[in-house]
Structure formats: C-alpha cells, structure tokens
Design a protein around this ligand. Structure first.
Ligand code: TA6
Length: 286
C-alpha cells in the first residue's frame, strides 16, 4: 500500500495533502476541521469541534479523479441533472485552482476558481469564470459565483448537492420544503410528512429559504439557508438504488440525506459581464 503523502503546510490552519491522485486542502482549526478537494472544489468534510460531522462522505468514494466523488458537496454546474452530459455538468469533474485562504480566531475562508478551457468549451461552448467560496467557522457557508466572461448571454443551472450526515434516515424530520415538487418531471403536491421507506428524488419548487433538518438520533437541528436558487432537491437512494451504486456501501443510505440549493431548468440568464451567486449555509440551531 502506498504511504500517505505528508501534508504540506500553507499556514497555521491550512495544509495540502493528496489522496489517490487528488489534492486535498485540509483545515484544522481549534474550532472546526474540514477538507476540500481541488478535484471539483468538492467539500468532503465539515466538523465543528465536539460535534458529529455535518457532511456525509461515502466510504467507497472513488478518488482516482476519473469519476465525481460520492458524498460531500458536489458543485453541479452549468446544469443540474441529466439534461446534457456529463450528468450534473462538468465542474465537479474539473481540477480547480486554490485562489486564496485567510484565517482568524473564528475559522478559515478559502476560495477556488475555475475558468473555461478547450476541454470545457468542447462540452459547453462558453467563456466563464467560477469561484467557489468556503466560509468555515462553526457554521459552513458555500457560495458558487458564476461570471459570464463571454461576448454573448447564456443560461445556467446548477446545484450545491449537499450530502448531510444523519443518525438514521428513518428518524429525521424536514420542514420548510413546501408542498409542491417535481418527481421524474411530473408536478406533484405532498399532503403528508415525508416518509423515507423508498428512494426519494424530488425537486421542491416552492421551498422556504430556510429548511430545518431535525435529526432525532443525533439530537440536533441543522438549519440550511439557501440563496440564489429556485428549488431545493431532496434525495435519498434507499436500499435498492444504493446496492446498485458502485461507490456506495449497501447500508450507507441510512446515514445520509441530500438537501440541495438548486437552480433548476437552467433558469438564470447571465448577460456578458454579469455575475450570479448560488449559496447554502449550514448552521446548528439546537
Ligand atoms: O440530486 C438528486 C440526483 O439528481 C438524483 O437523481 C441522483 O441520481 C443523484 O442526484 C446522484 O447523481 P450522480 O450523478 O451523482 O450519481
């Protein structure tokens, strides 16, 4: 087995290490620890001191850099879903650049960037500048800032596809999603509380900006505050689908749920020179 690479320190609280072929920024601060892969600007872990991790990461995630990482917060861009290939866009498969990191007694702020290249223009023929900002304190805020650096307007979609770490999928309650959602493209209205006993894959179109995840097993409530979105996606694969997924252990669906700040249907029109920010903040309320 190859020896793990020794982390290279970038500052008191920030270092860089490697897993598989992927470079990972490690944050070890007295108040919080976190890690973010440069492959996808993909947050892998966020854990305020003394608490359970907020983020679920698959023990079978593939770190070869050939496929998107299962778990964490994949950045889906410039589209969400399978309307074009690759599924959920190309940003989560790209190598990003660490642009800056700053730190103080409360935590670390870090940003990564991605720009168009001959490879991205083959998939999507536009010039762009993307910045992923991570504010890592006792709360986590992730912002994805899209800038149109092209000569022509274009439409974007996307999602912050957050995998939350939970005690047990059968023992959570979620509020703030509203009643209206799309399932396999069809509009539906929910009349009851959500029961997780089969795959749930819904795009909620009238959700509040604040969603509460009440985790009875971990005895904590997490508030998810979204902005710049037009939908919230709720996903859990349940047993049958996770057994079919190579990068997920059969039982691991029990300890995760995705709640995603989403721009559904490529509904943001960006004029040349314009910017748009999609964000999500995770904070503990009890
Ligand atoms: O956000 C929910 C979803 O779009 C589901 O339909 C499910 O396929 C999931 O994302 C995971 O997608 P991925 O491409 O990462 O396997």
């Amino acid at each position: 087995m190859p020896l793990p690479h020794t982390p290279i320190s970038l500052s008191d609280y920030v270092s860089v290490s490697e897993q598989g072929g992927i470079k990972i920024i490690q944050i070890k601060h007295p108040k919080v620890s976190a890690s973010i892969s440069l492959f996808g600007a993909h947050l892998l872990h966020f854990q305020p001191k003394g608490q359970e991790d907020f983020i679920w990461m698959s023990e079978k995630a593939d770190f070869s850099g050939k496929t998107p990482l299962r778990g964490g917060i994949p950045l889906c861009w410039p589209w969400f879903g399978k309307s074009s290939l690759p599924s959920h866009g190309f940003a989560r498969n790209a190598i990003w650049t660490l642009k800056e990191h700053r730190e103080n007694e409360n935590g670390v702020i870090l940003s990564m960037t991605l720009e168009d290249s001959p490879h991205t223009r083959e998939i999507w023929p536009h010039a762009f500048h993307l910045e992923a900002q991570f504010e890592i304190t006792e709360d986590l805020k992730v912002s994805l800032i899209s800038s149109n650096t092209d000569q022509v307007p274009y439409e974007i979609g996307g999602a912050l596809h957050t995998y939350l770490n939970i005690g047990n999928i059968r023992n959570i309650e979620i509020s703030g999603l509203g009643k209206e959602y799309l399932e396999r493209g069809l509009p539906k209205t929910s009349l009851e509380n959500i029961i997780f006993n089969q795959e749930i894959d819904r795009i909620y179109t009238q959700a509040d900006n604040e969603i509460i995840l009440d985790d009875k097993e971990f005895k904590r409530q997490i508030k998810i505050t979204n902005a710049g979105h037009n939908a919230v996606v709720l996903w859990n694969p349940d047993a049958t689908l996770s057994q079919q997924m190579q990068d997920m252990a059969d039982e691991s669906y029990k300890t995760m749920v995705c709640l995603e700040s989403c721009i559904h249907d490529r509904s943001v029109l960006l004029q040349p020179g314009q910017k748009h920010t999609l964000s999500t903040r995770l904070s503990r309320t009890s």
